[in-house]
Design a protein around this ligand. Structure first.
Ligand code: UD1
Ligand code: UDP
Length: 362
């Protein structure tokens, strides 16, 4: 079967690293990069390190407002899909690249598969929530990572074509952690000792686009008594600059601000952190998978099971609690259920697509 996969943003390259490998065993894959993320450290580094196949097409859409970015993606992607005429398309997650792929495919009557389906924050002010809901409702094959995600789909009346396979990010983590521990020298380079630092990432629009909130988050991080390594997403970098807040974080307290890192360095930084502070979906989950307590700078999360199990604390409005939470994250909960499957999600996806091959050719 000829499958056209659409990727465009950092977490999608990591998910594709796990899934493409399996897909290509039994299917032909055409990989399309929308160009949503384009900096070396947001894109190419993942293709190199994780041996993600070189995209067959790069749509080079770059950044822009939601409408400009999504519109460019759809116009350029439509041409590729018409030319390639795939049997099926595949999209990951909840970014603008995900929705563009789902809309273009479904309107050209190509069946579309959604990997990481069913997640909900129940907060429609998030662009990602809109992307996920719309994507799930036009896809015919939906691979969910968790019980909660499968329940969410059932709650919206989506019962056909739903397969709970586990989380492909867990597959990616298992596939790369040993390589990362062998190859990465990030702890030495940053002179970090295991469990002696907190790893932080902030990039959600709700946290970065509002000057007052961004400043409050940065000030709370700066009050930490434990060393903090803050990996600066380009969105956050740009907003700090735009709001004249760049200097607030330079040489402040125990905070070190550095550029984003590749996935191998990231896994090592996460695994050895004393705690993780983040608003990233993927990073919350990786914190859990590495048994590292997480503080999530959001009011809600799509990964509620990590909160219910005691490993993740949501900090929405009470940002002033952050320094104290960082200080007190040494005690770990006793139970650690396998919420994210057994690391074979990608294999199950490829096998299920194999079953659907017959339906496509019928
Ligand atoms: C996007 C996704 C978000 C996901 C995140 C992963 C949407 C709506 N959001 O958010 O769900 O969690 O990716 O990281 O799709 N920029 C650069 N270089 C780059 C990429 C971006 O400088 O390579 C800057 C630009 O100023 C751009 C801004 O970052 O305007 C935001 O990029 P964009 O892709 O629109 O959204 P993200 O915040 O990255
Ligand atoms: N990540 C990375 N380097 C970084 C920050 C994140 O490799 O500097 C990885 C991280 O390990 C996870 C993924 O990127 O696998 C998460 O992506 P991001 O936070 O950009 O998006 P989200 O998951 O919130 O959509």
């Amino acid at each position: 079967m000829k499958i056209l996969t659409v990727v465009g943003a950092r977490p999608q390259f990591i998910k594709a690293a796990a899934v493409s490998r399996e897909l290509r065993g039994s299917h032909t894959e055409i990989l399309v990069h929308t160009g949503q993320h384009y900096d070396f450290l947001m894109s190419e580094v993942f293709f190199r390190e994780l041996e993600v196949p070189t995209p067959d097409y790069d749509l080079e859409v770059g950044s822009g407002s939601h409408a400009i970015q999504s519109g460019r993606m759809m116009i350029r992607l439509e041409q590729v899909v018409i030319k390639e005429r795939p049997d099926r398309m595949l999209v990951y997650g909840d970014t603008n690249s995900t929705l563009a792929g789902a809309l273009v495919g479904s309107k050209l009557q190509i069946p579309v598969t959604h990997v990481e389906a069913g997640l909900r924050s129940f907060n429609k002010s998030m662009p990602e929530e809109i992307n996920r809901i719309l994507t799930d409702h036009v896809c015919d094959l939906l691979f969910t990572p968790t019980d909660a995600a499968s329940r969410n789909l059932a709650g919206e009346g989506i019962n056909q074509g739903v397969y709970q396979v586990g989380d492909v990010m867990y597959d990616a983590l298992l596939q790369h952690i040993m390589i990362a521990e062998k190859k990465s020298s990030i702890l030495d380079r940053l002179k970090l000792r295991p469990r002696d630092y907190v790893l932080a990432t902030i990039h959600r629009a709700a946290n970065t686009d509002d000057r007052v909130r961004l400043e409050a988050i940065m000030q709370a991080i700066a009050c930490s008594e434990v060393s903090v390594i803050l990996l600066l997403h380009p969105r956050t970098r740009d907003r700090l600059k735009e709001f004249g807040l760049e200097k607030t974080m330079q040489g402040v307290g125990n905070v070190r601000v550095i550029e984003p890192v590749g996935y191998l360095d990231m896994l090592v930084l996460e695994k050895n952190a004393r705690a993780i502070l983040t608003d990233s979906g993927g990073v919350q989950k990786e914190a859990y998978l590495f048994n590292v307590p997480c503080i999530t700078v959001r009011k809600e999360t799509e990964w509620m099971e990590t909160v219910e199990a005691g490993w993740n604390t949501l900090v929405g409005e009470s940002l002033s609690l952050i320094p104290e939470l960082i200080q007190n994250t040494q005690s770990e909960p006793q139970s650690h259920p396998d919420f994210y499957g057994d690391g074979t999600a990608a294999k199950r996806i490829a096998q299920t697509l194999e079953l659907h091959r017959d339906r496509v050719s019928e």
